[in-house]
Design a protein around this ligand. Structure first.
Ligand code: GUN
Ligand code: ZN
Length: 436
């Protein structure tokens, strides 16, 4: 049995601050203790009180002046696109053709896939991200590579082979049948192995034939607890093309709905240009959205409307994704910052609690993993990010005048990045230590 405890300020969302009063959904301990046993949280509380209950022999690692948060959860990221992050000058469809598809073709080589997968997992950890929903390529070996890399550190990772049989270069196309067969094999191999979870992954309607979407639906029916991830309504030219390819369908959402791809296990990236009727359908079916602001700004896709999407009359669950390499940073802090600015452009000021919710519990709910991660509470995995609010001279100056934890966390998400991640724990193991 391995047992230890972490001491520091503790901040964790346990409810949804878009709908509940902050006092009801935030747990904050100025001097807190997290008691960890065999990779799970045994107890969380005020240091003075919990110290009394914990056996004396349990060692305590103290992070004075640091904030312990649940590890960040990236609801949408592409590991094969790491090398093309920050590619100049295009919008979605041209960006895919010019940069993304050639980069993904390199993953037909398993050695390349392994090298980038290992880099990618380390980079997540450097950013305090402890779980992620990851897009691979159409090469089944790209899925083995990322799950193998994740498994080395016992990371909770959702991933699946990219299904794409149309309108892309031949060297990254599958067929409807081969993608179905590969998905099945990979589900058998990886789903629920360690902390790996399989996600059926049709890229988007533009690169899948009706037959392929039909088979993606079959995979979802045949495997009750695998997830589904895809893209929807990111860019206006994409929306128009989807309508051309599927003229019989009422709208973009209806394409996925028609093939049985819209339910509570599904999460769609972007969803910027959805109509009211489409959002209502997301709400009715329980399908989720991954909001990816750094990508939306960078590729020039549009301004996601968080207030409209989460409207109390028909709320849709939203998680936060970096969408690297369309997105420009692995940092969920930077991603929260850009989400804040995007909402500001629509006249909404997202609060610190709402932002950290999106990056932790919200993403967990959007991925159907909120029964095990996203909160610091007993029984949950000890997936923890340790943030140093004084990581740079500027941050230290700012922290000195912060009058509340909310003010401090807000300034941190606006101004900080990976330098503020002092340590990352995955299932109770230290996987990143900034200073050592
Ligand atoms: N839509 C379909 N594929 C992609 C992708 O790889 N990145 C982004 N941002 N949007 C997509
Ligand atoms: Zn994406």
């Amino acid at each position: 049995m391995s047992e230890f405890a972490l001491r520091g300020a503790i901040y964790s969302l346990i409810g949804d601050p878009f709908f509940e009063a902050p006092a009801d959904c935030v747990v904050y301990e100025a001097d807190g203790l997290i008691w960890i046993r065999d990779g799970r949280i045994e107890a969380v509380g005020d240091y003075g009180a919990l110290r009394q209950q914990m056996p004396d022999e349990v060692s305590i690692h103290h992070y004075p002046d640091s904030i312990l948060l649940p590890g960040f959860i990236d609801a949408h990221i592409h590991y094969p696109q790491v090398e093309i992050i920050g590619a100049y000058g295009t919008q979605l469809l041209e960006w895919l053709n010019k940069y993304t598809f050639p980069a993904e073709a390199r993953f037909n080589d398993p050695a390349h896939a392994q090298r980038i997968a290992e880099f990618f997992i380390a980079e997540l950890q450097r950013n305090g991200t402890t779980a992620a929903s990851v897009f691979c390529t159409s090469a089944p070996g790209s899925v083995d590579a990322i799950f193998e890399a994740a498994q080395k550190d016992n990371m909770l990772l959702l991933a699946g082979v990219m299904m794409m049989d149309s309108h892309a270069p031949a060297n990254i196309l599958d067929t409807a049948q081969s993608s179905y067969d590969a998905s099945k094999t990979l589900i058998e191999r990886w789903h629920k192995r360690g902390r790996c979870l399989y996600t059926v992954t049709p890229r988007f309607a533009l690169t899948s034939s009706p037959q392929q979407l039909e088979l993606a639906g079959a995979l979802m029916r045949e495997h009750a607890d695998v997830r589904l991830q895809s893209h929807i309504s990111e860019n206006r030219a994409e929306v128009a093309r989807a309508a051309e390819l599927y003229p019989q369908r009422a709208n973009y959402t209806d394409i996925y709905d028609h093939y049985g791809l819209l339910d509570e296990r599904a999460i769609y990236g972007h969803a910027i240009h959805l109509s009211e009727g489409e959002l209502r359908r997301f709400h009715e079916t329980g399908a989720k959205i991954a909001h990816c602001p750094t990508s939306n700004f960078f590729i020039g896709s549009g301004l996601f409307d968080i207030a409209r999407t989460r409207h109390a009359a028909r709320p849709v669950t939203v998680g936060l994704g970096t969408d690297v390499g369309g997105g420009t940073s692995f940092s969920m802090l930077q991603t929260m910052s850009e989400a804040y600015k995007m909402a500001q452009l629509r006249g909404i000021s997202v609060t610190a609690a709402q932002s950290y919710y999106l990056a932790t519990l919200g993403s967990a709910q959007a991925l159907g993993i909120d029964d095990r991660v996203g909160k610091l509470q007993p029984g949950y995995a000890a997936d923890i990010a340790v943030l140093d609010p004084r990581a740079t001279p500027l941050l230290a100056l700012r922290a000195d005048v912060a009058e509340s934890i909310d003010e401090l966390l807000f300034a941190l998400m606006i101004c900080a990045d990976d330098r503020a991640v002092k340590a990352t724990y995955v299932a109770g193991e230290l996987v990143h230590d900034r200073d050592n």
